[in-house]
Design a protein around this ligand. Structure first.
Ligand code: HEC
Length: 499
């Protein structure tokens, strides 16, 4: 029997491990499996855990300590298996709770203990005692900031509806404390907490708070209070014009998109993004739907035509979606905009041909600098190696999987073909609110969307009224217009060199 375990500790095929252990399991029973559980090899331990936990082994074959001990295993697979086994034993919640409690009061946690704690919190999130422990630790001033950060991050991955009152209390306390304020507001935004609106409104109006934090606070309350006060609108405009901070601009435009703007505010916002290749007017125009003034309408149409002659390239569908929501007098003027679209489509082929010569002779070192510059903004959404954002696909090997022409097309016409897994979705929620982004996580009950500014929101499937794939990419069109032809040539050389 031990020889068999030795053999298993080599590198046999995954199915072979299970098959052989199954034989052990039938023939020799619990003693041999207990021996296998002591193996050095995580894979053997994992199979032994699973087999000890099912018939014909009796319920008591596995001691809770044997499972709990493996929750901090360095092997991810073994850790997950231990958690799954633990979840099948609600009668062990006491042991799990004791461990959670111990860890929450330990001054420092190792990386393994942190992963173990997060696993336990997620696995037992529905248990009232566990909820209470986590909520109280978050609320307590005695808890070190590092642990409160950790708790906030873990809680933002939970899917509890409604949220335990002790957590909401914990969030409120964490907002009061400057060290945890930012992360607390982000967590409240992800979990769409609705009962802290009053506090967040004060935060959004408070000029002594950092502007990005005020925008984050607005992103939580805007669905219930879509009209913007002057102060709120001002901070959004200020962020929208933050030329060197692309994330700030995207975050502000996402809030504007979800708010109900007056005509004057719409015009003000459009004025601010003129010449900005990152922020699409399409995003802001969702808010423009209740105009009454003829003059404002005429000004709006004029602005849009100007934007379309510049870098804005809405798809036909995008334009029509906007137009149907406009008042009659504005709709009549949309013909001119359609004409501009027609012209643009005719020019599109020409554009590809015009830029094609830029695929050769670029400098890859300069191209890398362009990629990571705030002007081109590529790296806020794309990663290369360890650096960059995660809203769009990882481009570390884009030169190996895409031809130069494909890469050029992806930048010139982002919505022409969407990279798999990065399609953006538009979700309409019961109260009429609309959110969009790529799907980063989903469970049977929830969907988590990530927006272009990388903020995440969790939505309950039961609240979803409509969910469509958006026809347009989250990647802005017209980015090439923010670069000189030489910069674009270098950028293309750099991307083609990524193999
Ligand atoms: C706001 C986020 C965002 C920014 C900024 C952005 N992209 Fe993208 N990009 C995306 C998303 C999302 C996709 C996937 C959907 C699609 O194919 O359009 C994508 C797709 C791509 C692809 C196709 C990848 C593939 O595997 O097919 C390339 C190439 C690319 N982007 C290059 C760039 C470059 C170069 C820049 C800077 C000039 C840039 N992107 C800026 C979000 C962004």
């Amino acid at each position: 029997m031990l020889a068999l375990c030795d053999y298993l500790a080599g590198q046999p095929d995954r199915f072979l491990v299970l098959a052989l252990l199954y034989v052990v399991h039938r023939l020799d029973g619990a003693t041999a499996l207990q021996a296998a559980l002591q193996s050095e090899t995580p894979r053997v331990q994992k199979a032994a855990l699973l087999l000890l936990d099912q018939p014909p082994r009796s319920r008591g074959s596995l001691a809770p300590e044997q499972v709990i001990q493996r929750i901090t295993a360095s092997d991810e697979d073994l850790r997950q298996t231990a958690l799954r086994v633990l979840q099948r034993h609600p009668e062990w919640v006491k042991q799990a709770t004791a461990l959670i409690e111990r860890w929450l009061h330990q001054p420092d946690l190792t990386t393994e203990e942190q992963t173990g704690l997060r696993g336990l919190l997620l696995a037992f999130q529905h248990d009232a005692a566990v909820q209470q422990l986590a909520g109280a630790a978050l609320a307590s001033e005695q808890t070190p900031s590092a642990l409160r950060f950790f708790l906030l991050k873990s809680m933002s991955q939970c899917s509890l509806n409604p949220l335990p009152p002790s957590w909401v209390e914990g969030f409120a306390r964490a907002i009061e404390s400057p060290a945890t304020r930012r992360l607390a507001v982000q967590t409240v935004a992800t979990l769409r907490v609705s009962s802290l609106d009053e506090r967040l409104t004060r935060l959004a109006e408070d000029a002594s708070e950092p502007a990005d934090l005020r925008v984050e606070a607005l992103s939580v309350i805007v669905c219930r209070k879509p009209e913007l006060s002057n102060r709120a609108f001002d901070v959004l405009l200020q962020q929208l014009s933050a030329q060197t901070n692309t994330v700030a601009r995207l975050a502000a435009s996402e809030v504007l998109q979800r708010s109900r703007l007056t005509d004057a505010q719409t015009l003000g916002a459009l004025q601010t993004i003129r010449g900005d290749t990152l922020i699409s007017p399409g995003a802001l125009l969702g808010a423009f739907q209740v105009s009454t003034g003829v003059e404002a309408t005429a000004m709006l149409l004029e602005q849009l035509a100007e934007l379309m002659r510049g870098s804005w390239q809405p798809s036909r569908q995008e334009l029509e979606n906007l137009v149907v929501r406009w008042p009659a007098e504005a709709r009549a003027g949309a013909g001119a905009l359609r004409g501009l679209l027609q012209e643009r489509d005719e020019q599109a082929r020409g554009r590809l041909a015009r830029f094609e010569p830029l695929l050769a002779d670029g400098n890859t070192v300069n191209g890398r600098a362009v990629f990571f510059s705030s002007k081109a903004a590529c790296s806020i959404c794309h990663s290369i190696g360890d650096a960059g954002g995660k809203v769009g696909p990882d481009l570390t090997k884009v030169g190996a999987i895409r031809s130069g022409r494909d890469i050029l097309e992806s930048v010139l016409f982002p919505s022409a073909s969407l990279a798999q897994g990065y399609e953006s979705y538009r979700v309409k929620i019961a109260d009429g609110e609309e959110l969009s982004g790529i799907i980063v996580r989903q469970t049977a009950d929830t969907v988590v969307l990530r927006s272009a500014s990388a903020s995440e929101v969790q939505i309950w499937r039961s609240q979803v009224q409509e969910m469509d794939r958006a026809a347009t990419s989250l990647m802005p069109e017209g980015l090439e217009q923010g670069m000189t032809p030489e910069e674009f040539r270098d950028l293309l050389a750099f991307l083609q060199s990524l193999k």
